[in-house]
Design a protein around this ligand. Sequence first.
Ligand code: ADP
Ligand code: MG
Length: 544
Amino acid sequence: MKPLDPRLLKRARGARVFLLASVLIGVLSGVLIIVQAVLLAHGIAGVVLRGSGVTAVAWGLAAVVAGRALLVWAQEVVAQRAAAAVKSTLRRQVLEHSLKLGPVWLSGERSSALTTLLTKGLDDLDPYFARYLPQLILAATVPAGVIGWMATGDLIAAGTVLITLPLIPIFMALIGWVTQARSRQRQHALAVLAHHFADVVSGLTTLKLFGRAKSQESAVRRVTDQHRAASMGSLRLAFLSSFALELLASLSVALVAVGVGLRLVDGKLGLETALMVLILAPEAYLPLRQVGMQFHASADGVAASEEVFRVLETPLPVRGERTDVPDLRVNPLYLYDVTVTYPGRDVPALEGFDLELRPGEVVALTGPSGAGKSTALAVLLGFVAPERGVVVAAGSAADEFDPAEWRRQFAWVPQRPGLRLGTVADNVRLGRPDASDDEVRLALLAAGAADLPLDKAVGEQGQQLSGGQQRRVALARALLTDAPVLLLDEPTAGLDPETEARVITALRSTGRTVLMVAHRPTLIAAADRTITVEPAAPRELVNA
Ligand code: ADP
Ligand code: MG
């Protein structure tokens, strides 16, 4: 693990400001530590050798202590601010990036792992900024200053410190190797735990129904046990390593002290210098030792930020910036030889698919489950970039256009309606927030959901509505937009035949272009044309 990930500095301005301020504070702290040791040595030697007063020295010391306290406070303030700024920057960047990557990428991620990362995971950056980084900077500035100053008084002592000091980082690096793997394990255990809980809770009714709820108990117990063991493992390692570093530092200081004592007895060293060296010696080791301690507190944060960078470095599909998207009310839309293979799959989800969609047409897309119908819609919307083939409108390829502008031509009802917390009206208005209540009612009527009150509450993921109701709300949402092309993924699944017939009539009467994934004969019969998507053959069979 790098002590400071350069990507963090590149991505977050807060981190750069913080680093500058911290270096300044670190240098000042080093100076104050030396002044304090000199004052102390001078005061003690004065009292012992010359019997002089201590008032002036005491005042000086008080000022130094106050100065150091002030620096600690300043460091804390700077660190907390930086941590908050960096966390919010990273969160925003991940959210923006995952939005650009689109729903298809998201469905390949474990959404609960992403949620843990963006909430709890990134919070682990707090100790990284508040404890580890400031200490790291102190470890770079203070020992150098202290050894330099010691060298002006006693070269041998300075040499002893210089030789023993590197032992601490060497041991730290050794311990670090082991901790890194542990921390990854812990992060992984936490992600698995989150995923498992989310899964169990969302499927609890089903599990209960099939009498499998009890058996989940042991699974949850096993996963929590793993997490506990991983946590205890990292703690054990943390305690052991700080013990080792403590011991090393104590022995080194003792070595310096023995040398200084011998030279003092021999009369080769004055009392004031000897005192100064003795007081300074532990100060050289302290920051390094503390870096070792803070290292463990920060490892989780660093692992989380690495995960963030993994998401941020997922390349975005290359898209143009043209905003003059052809109006699909008058221009036909073509798909030529479109082939899509999802990452990690060896069989294409859609292969050599051609489609012509003329304005005002109602086209049904049929084919067995898994044939690639939803994928074809995702290609049209620009959520997946085909590995081969193009989407063309008015002589231009779709990927030349700005994705947001391109999508304005489409209203999409996905297979899972994707409703949000709010009311029915909120959900219907999503694509056109300024629509009046009457327009919303009209859209609901056309979608066969006239019975749904506008202010009816919709739970997260549409939980307070039945499957058919969710679908109708999503359909009303699409109908309310003025997009020229409607992409409907099994729009009438879960509707009774009567409602379905009404929806079909409404769809036809809009005069818009409709491409719908259809299974039911009534829906297929209502289309002008039917296109069948053939499942792609596995590559081996093609070659054979
Ligand atoms: P359909 O809508 O016709 O049922 P899909 O287009 O949803 O089919 O899926 C086609 C194939 O691609 C299926 O084998 C499915 O498992 C796979 N697939 C769909 N989405 C993803 C994804 N995000 N990652 C990997 N494979 C996927
Ligand atoms: Mg599908």
